[in-house]
Design a protein around this ligand. Structure first.
Ligand code: MN
Length: 290
């Protein structure tokens, strides 16, 4: 009996902490495993509810402070939201952009850096002008949302790991990024700051198909700044997934910003950045005062 109760506590802990409907699953499990009578089932049911409350109370109180909320991105034509795990970004993945950054795309292949999940800014939300910069830049990008776990993925299979696509803006403190680049230091201060990862809602593959070509563009206050075609990516989306998955295990909830085309430039407080990708939607964010 004691063993059984401990097992049930563990089982309930798992279901509670994984957010699975914590009443239905244990009840079904108990009912099927023990084949108990309706009367006994009712008794188990009530005792399980008490256990759930106790376990939940214990779990909540084991944390020093409230756990940070999960960052979520809305999904087009759905009530569901996409919980963000990690944000990976590709650097210099369009030849013209590599050149405008003073690099030779034939000598310097693309590479990866990361942003924290809570850097997400949704469509329509303001981007407060960040501290410690005088040169804030927009970078319109195709974003890939990963829907299943995998590592060492072959590029031929890579598209099957994609749940959705989105329009993204890899907002950059260019002065800090270039300082880091010049001194050989990490890019975090230039790239991974608060509210630096703007993203539209997600467009699931089952609604829009795979995005392999099509215009990508961004304007600031209606003035065109960036314009290119997705087919100009140096590493295609399947190649990015294949390469990235040799370095990290990709998980559902991962977002990959695939790189920006040429035409990056400065934005000032009060200006509105508006971008779009053919086959997807738009992403609009206004930079607000410091
Ligand atoms: Mn970028």
């Amino acid at each position: 009996m004691e063993v059984l109760v401990t097992q049930r506590v563990k089982y309930l802990q798992a279901t509670v902490s994984h957010g699975v409907t914590p009443v239905v699953i244990p009840c079904l499990a108990i009912f099927s495993h023990h084949k108990c009578s309706a009367k006994k089932f009712k008794k188990w049911f009530i005792s399980d509810i008490i256990l759930i409350i106790v376990v939940h109370y214990m779990e909540v109180n084991m944390l020093l402070f409230d756990a940070p909320p999960v960052t979520v991105v809305p999904i087009a034509n759905s009530d569901k939201e996409f919980p963000v795990h990690r944000i990976y970004c590709v650097g210099r993945n369009y030849a013209e952009h590599a050149r405008e950054m003073g690099k030779d795309p034939d000598r310097d292949p693309p590479f990866f850096f990361c942003k924290p999940a809570d850097a997400i800014v949704l469509d329509g939300e303001p981007v407060p002008y960040p501290p410690r910069t005088e040169n804030l830049h927009h970078e319109i990008e195709l974003v890939v949302a990963i829907g299943r776990e995998g590592h060492d993925i072959a590029s031929e299979n890579a598209e099957s790991y994609i749940y959705a696509y989105a329009v993204g803006n890899d907002i950059t403190r260019r002065d800090l990024q270039l300082d880091s680049r010049a001194t050989g230091r990490p890019w975090d201060t230039g790239k991974a700051f608060d509210r630096s990862a703007a993203i539209s809602c997600l467009y699931p593959v089952d609604q829009v198909g795979h995005i392999r070509t099509g215009e990508i563009e961004l304007s600031v206050d209606g003035e065109p700044r960036q314009k290119a075609d997705i087919s100009h990516l140096i590493w295609s989306v399947p190649e990015i997934i294949a390469e990235l998955s040799t370095l990290f295990t990709l998980k559902p909830g991962d977002l990959i910003y695939t790189g920006t085309p040429a035409g990056v430039g400065k934005v000032e407080p009060g200006q509105t950045m508006s971008g779009s990708i053919a086959g997807l939607g738009t992403l609009t964010n206004t930079v607000t005062m410091r």
